[in-house]
Design a protein around this ligand. Sequence first.
Ligand code: NAG
Ligand code: NAG
Ligand code: NAG
Length: 505
Amino acid sequence: MAPRLRIVFGLLAASSLPLFYLMSVSLEVWTPWNMDLLGRAWYAAIPSPPSSRDRLGPLRLNNSLFGQDPGASSVDPSTVAPDPSSPGPAPARGPRVTTSRPAPIEPTPRVPARGPRVTTSRPAPIEPTPRVPARGPRVTTSRPAPIEPTPRVLTFEEAYIGDTYSREDIPPQTTCPDSIARKWSSSGFNGSFLGTVPVLQWAKDVTLPQHQRLKQFRGAYGWSSMDYDSLKAALSVLNLTANHQMFDDWERRRNGSRCIRCAVVGNGGILKDSGKGPEIDSHDYVFRTNGAILDAFQKDVGTRTTHYTFSANTMRNSMGAYRSAGFRGPPVSKETRYVFLPTSYRDYLMVKAVATHTPVERGPEKSKTPPKYFGEDATAEKLKMLHPDFVRYLRNRFFTAQTLKKRYREIFRPSTGSVMLLAALHTCDQVSAYGFMTPDYSKYSDHYFDKAYHRVIFYANHEFRLELQLWQQLHKAGIMRLFMRPPTTASPRPATHGPQSNGTR
Ligand SMILES: *[C@@H]1O[C@H](CO)[C@@H](O)[C@H](O)[C@H]1NC(C)=O
Ligand SMILES: *[C@@H]1O[C@H](CO)[C@@H](O)[C@H](O)[C@H]1NC(C)=O
Ligand SMILES: *[C@@H]1O[C@H](CO)[C@@H](O)[C@H](O)[C@H]1NC(C)=O
């Protein structure tokens, strides 16, 4: 985009902030809970206020409208110390200060495009050049300056759904006779399941035609937040076998075993006092997400983490929100791999910085020194990144209802925990899921690490009821084993409620 255009967009975006402010103020009256500005706005739009998990800002309208996941957990602002490192101008507030400053609206602000290639994600201006088969390195020939070419109007399928994916025909890593891959096709999921969607993206995936195709999808579903050169620079650090194999150390650890057995651990309260720790640790691989707190909970959740799944945004939010519960950052161990769910440019910049031991260039994680989230000696071998085609495929095939529901389409994305579980179901031979939503969820607190009972809150940007049903179906189809408690052993629901949803998920 020409610099001048960018400035215009910047000004437009900036001038719309006061509007949001007004909206938030007028909506405030209707909402009983202390939620973030836009979260409130969206919430007010929901018919029945239910409950759910994964919150962290019910939905902070992110620069990339999609990308928000609050993380698989909730936050109690009253217990959250203001995170000094947190991006927004959000002045740490007491419980119900409804600052109007769209505090957590993520970094959109950078608007007034500074460098030559600001990729703010403000979705709107989806680069006005769609159909040009840009081949050369982005020769901006003489486009008559301010007159935008009218792009062909994309169809809904082209612009939003995109139910076609790149293919990856790699042989399975194992010869497990009892693998999930075989079960998918004989189950009721046969129409949804695609064995050829790439789960991870890496250096080889960045080509001009692919960029052309994927840049039209926002948030976790595509590359709209990344121009070609930045994307190339970021993903070229993921150019190792370990970056495109989920289980890169399998040959070393298999010890004669033919099947890869995975435990996928959500943060649900059902795990509290479950005593499942040793069972979880006995799997070959252990997946965890967001505010995965292990200290003091090993008996119930285990000690190992081989795959930590997160986005830059949810990880940072979790570090702020669950600090008081003991979450200091992602688990760090020799066997831990870091699986990014990229929801905006922030994830790509972080991957590049970690792999090259350089500071993060810009955005909320901008730093003067190389980031240390994953330990001092984190290397490119430890990093993996989920493919936008995979995340879009999950949305289109497993969360179809949500995909088509117009109202929330723009903000919906499967929660980090559910993407993690489905990624495991597309790569492991056997999966046991712990700490995920079960029909009796209201008996349990939101998280296993909650100090007092917090009921699960449902927000608009994730669809936990749909996830709950999906886990039941997958369990019944024998595709995975879901940890549930028999009615008799469930710990009784405490009489007191925690503070009413303080909406931070
Ligand atoms: C699953 O789908 C594939 C392709 O559509 C089809 O060939 C196969 O017969 C189906 N299997 C079952 C059990 O329905
Ligand atoms: C990845 O590595 C291969 C072989 O080592 C090399 O030829 C290729 O240029 C690299 N790709 C990128 C994007 O760095
Ligand atoms: C490998 O398997 C054998 C036999 O099952 C077992 O005795 C041994 O402890 C295993 N080794 C490792 C490193 O797990």
